[in-house]
Design a protein around this ligand. Structure first.
Ligand code: F6R
Length: 611
């Protein structure tokens, strides 16, 4: 959840503030409760840290450079201790010998703290991080890698850290356990970070640390060690495809709007990779490799938040198109529920970041139970991809906005492709029907572009409802999870209470809430269920409720006193791709009109690496 960045300058020193602050800005979406940097110069380590967003630290530091040979920085999403100056990272040990930044949670920190208190250590903050740094200091006798390793063996939980010692002007040590940490190999410096984007301005050459590994960055280059045994290990350098432009706003005011607008192009590219033409079968070598026989009986779909909604759409799509039974669970529920699973099951784990702790935990347990794992993931080399048998990369480029948009529609697109691949491979659908579906899927990016042209219309709807405090979103079939996703988007960035319901469920209780000032958004794609949604709408109108309709059958709603946003025609199964865009834009403007911080909504962080 926190963003961390460390840099070791290769020769001499450089303006580390000028490296650390822009790097932290790029990973600030991981947490923005406080920020801090520590820079080693000839006279020791200078620390600056402040509660609040990175901009507050930037203002405090002003324009002057901070020169140094080694430095580290942090943006925090608070877990232990309030988001104040004292609890901000970096943290010193009580004798100011060791300093570090940390991402994750030390689960046994209370026990370790008691042990250190008994040895006379004094604590200033309430953080588990201060326990970690004092433990490292306890083992430190001039050999930093060994001290980090010995402390690392004692700490339980999911964490990654960058560590410096006050008497080692050219050394930094990183350690990883279940939380990402990457080494970036630049020309002028070597970096340690929680995320590629932190050092993307300097290098695309990356080494991924695995759980239980350490990196030691010094003038001798970078060395890697296994934490348990202390044995040196060989690691490879990989080149990532992302570039720095993708991680910037590109002329938009917010990352969210930029990412909304990227959807036609990233989906077009995704389709080009797997479905160059409707006359060819879906190209998915990863599945060819994994699913050789028609021998799996169940698909288990796992994810959290927006990715979970993609999984819920996936159930309708895989059962409808590929005729395979599917089970969908929140990853955090699946983790503690002993659902029977066998080696004839296929688990599809969906995650933008590939770092979500809940999803990781559930996947590990399904793998241990014998299921094959396919992940649908956006971040190349992320933890999830490393434990999956195969990964289908959405390749949407960095998603920086905390509210997920392009990752969701790319996840949906990948699920459609998987369903068509299964249907084709095992003859579960008629060839003519499949060809028609492929043509329609390939037509989606242009239809998305057409929707984006109507942004003003959706902004107008947001103005109409700018005072409301509650919203229902209703859909049936594939539109039901889209209703849930629309409600989540509105909640997370505008702080308007919203709920996504299955249309049929309204009369079982939720309709009691309907009154003027409590509007509903009806998702009504052309389908055999269209009339059911009209009935839902009529029930709401007859109780003085207000209604906004997202539909590709606008004529059906012309005689009603409702706001209609029409979207281009498409087969019902693909309507989630098109309906998602107006819902994202509606949430965006609802938040903007309420003066919210759209890219960094309160209480949230981008990748949730703690359980
Ligand atoms: C919502 C959102 C979250 C994530 C969820 C899973 O806009 O972004 O709900 O979808 O935290 O994250 P990933 O996909 O990274 O596993």
């Amino acid at each position: 959840m926190c963003g961390i960045l460390g840099a070791v300058i290769h020769d001499g020193h450089s303006d580390l503030k000028g490296i650390l602050l822009p790097g932290l800005r790029a990973v600030e979406y991981r947490g923005y409760d406080s920020a801090g940097i520590a820079v080693m110069n000839g006279e020791g380590i200078t620390v600056n840290k402040k509660a609040g967003k990175l901009s507050i630290l930037e203002e405090t530091l002003g324009e002057a450079p901070i020169e140094g040979s080694v430095g580290l920085g942090h943006t925090r999403w608070a877990t232990h201790g309030a988001p104040n100056d004292e609890n901000a990272h970096p943290h010193w040990d009580h004798q100011h010998r060791i300093i570090l930044v940390h991402n994750g949670i030390i689960e046994n920190y209370a026990t370790l703290k008691d042990e250190l208190l008994a040895k006379g250590v004094q604590f200033k903050s309430e953080t588990d991080t201060e326990v970690a740094v004092n433990l490292i200091a306890f083992y430190y006798d001039g050999d930093l890698p060994t001290a980090v390793r010995l402390a690392g063996k004692r700490m339980q939980g999911s964490f990654s850290m960058c560590v410096m010692a006050a008497d080692q002007p050219r050394l930094m040590v990183g350690i990883r356990n279940e939380v990402p940490l990457l080494v970036g190999h630049g020309e002028d410096a070597t970096y340690l970070a929680s995320d590629i984007t932190a050092f993307l301005a300097y290098t695309r050459d990356v080494t991924y640390l695995e759980d239980g590994e350490m990196a030691v960055l010094s003038d001798e280059g970078t060395k890697y060690f296994d934490v348990q045994s202390g044995r040196e290990i060989e690691k490879t350098v990989e080149r990532v495809e992302w570039n720095i432009e993708q991680a910037q706003k590109g002329g938009f005011d917010t990352f969210m709007m930029k990412e909304i607008h990227e959807q036609p192009s990233v989906i077009r590219q995704l389709l080009e990779r797997h479905l160059p033409s409707p006359n060819e079968p879906v190209h998915m070598p990863q599945l060819d490799e994994l699913i050789k026989d028609n021998d799996f009986r169940l698909v288990s779909l796992l994810g959290c938040g927006t990715a979970f909604h993609a999984c819920k759409v996936g159930k309708y799509v895989l059962e409808g198109l590929a005729k395979i039974p599917c089970r969908v669970m929140y990853a955090h529920e699946a983790l503690y529920h002993q659902a029977p699973i066998s080696n004839s099951a296929l688990t599809i784990a969906v995650s933008q970041s590939g770092e979500t702790a809940d999803t990781m935990g559930a996947v590990k347990s399904q793998k241990a139970a014998g299921s094959k794992i396919v992940s649908i993931c956006n971040v190349v080399g992320s933890s999830l991809t490393r434990i999956s048998d195969q990964t289908l990369y959405t390749m949407a480029g960095p998603e920086i906005s905390v509210a997920s948009t392009k990752a969701f529609t790319c996840q949906l697109t990948m699920i459609y492709l998987v369903a068509i691949w299964i249907a084709e491979k095992f003859g579960r659908a008629d060839a003519a029907e499949l060809k028609h579906l492929k043509e329609e899927l390939l037509a989606i990016p242009d239809k998305m572009s057409a929707i984006l042209q109507s942004e003003k219309q959706i902004e107008h709807l947001a103005r109409v409802y700018r005072q409301v405090r509650h919203f229902y979103y209703l859909g049936r079939g594939v539109a039901y999870p889209v209703a849930m996703e629309g409600a989540l988007k509105l909640k997370e960035i505008s702080y308007v209470h919203a709920e996504g319901y299955a249309g049929g469920e309204m009369k079982h209780g939720a309709i009691a809430m309907i009154e003027p000032g409590f509007p509903s958004c009806i998702l009504a794609p052309k389908s055999p269920l269209l009339e059911k949604m009209v009935a839902n709408m009529e029930e709401i109108l007859s109780r003085n409720g207000e209604v906004m309709v997202i539909t590709n059958a606008p004529d059906r709603f012309s005689k009603y006193d409702v706001h209609v946003f029409p979207f281009p025609d498409c087969p019902q199964v693909f309507s989630p791709l098109l309906m998602s865009l107006p819902l994202q834009i509606f949430a965006f403007y609802s938040a903007k009109l309420r003066g919210r911080d759209i890219d960094q909504p309160r209480n949230l962080a981008k990748s949730v690496v703690v359980e």
